[in-house]
Design a protein around this ligand. Sequence first.
Ligand SMILES: [Mg+2]
Length: 105
Amino acid sequence: MTIRFTKHQIAVMQTALDRWGVNAQAGQTVEECAELIVALTKHINRTPKPESLENVIDEMADVEMMLAQMRLVSGISDERLHEQIARKFEKLERHLKNEKETNAL
Ligand SMILES: [Mg+2]
């Protein structure tokens, strides 16, 4: 499920960063996250339709591309991100286990 970008796509993202600057791209990242929030909210809160799912996918793609650019400028390695994700999974698993034990009482 990991999003992988080609060398060409990474070069295009670097060109965008060079052309528009980090601040503009960081602002665009925030904007794309907000658009994903709206798309998900509409898809969940209304009767799900194929077009609303397409909109979610479209905004997810925007967010993935912007997050990749933020990782490029911050020099966050795959390894560092995977370490953090592993910690988050440990926390999630603890939470799921505790919830299961609480419900069993
Ligand atoms: Mg968008």
